[in-house]
Design a protein around this ligand. Structure first.
Ligand SMILES: [Zn+2]
Length: 137
């Protein structure tokens, strides 16, 4: 009887040890992944005032067949500022854009990772009046 108890306790202990080791391994792998190099906006020219003309804004205007309004920004859905594929762009107001990033930052802080693409797109559309360019093209 005692040996059964001892055996159970040993197995239980071993399982806990393996779980802890696995968790530590997963965590350290996450930390060791090299950070993505910082991306910046693609500039395609200068306007007559010498201000940069951004590719992502130009693409948004082409897809929407209109000029962007003064308070409108073009958000990069995957966070990569030079990934200007139409499927990565979303037009929204400065105000909604800030609120969206606050929401996203809160989730990143809480869960240690970015929400899934489908979740981000759903949120952009339903809560931040985001205009997904892929839907508009
Ligand atoms: Zn953004």
């Amino acid at each position: 009887m005692d040996s059964i108890l001892l055996g159970t306790a040993l197995i239980f202990g071993a399982v806990i040890l393996v779980c802890r080791t696995l968790r530590r391994l997963l965590k350290s792998n996450r930390r060791r992944r090299p950070p993505r190099p910082p991306s910046s906006y693609r500039v395609v020219g200068r306007n007559k005032r010498g201000r940069p003309i951004y590719e992502h804004r130009q693409i948004a205007e082409r897809v929407l067949k209109r000029k962007l309004a003064p308070g409108e920004v073009v958000h990069h859905i995957n966070g990569i500022k030079d990934d200007n594929r139409v499927s990565n762009l979303c037009v929204m107001t400065v105000r909604d854009h800030e609120a969206y990033h606050e929401w996203q930052d809160r989730l990143v802080k809480k869960f240690g990772r970015y929400p899934k693409r489908a979740t981000r797109i759903e949120k952009l559309k339903a809560h931040f009046a985001g205009l997904i360019l892929d839907d508009a093209s």
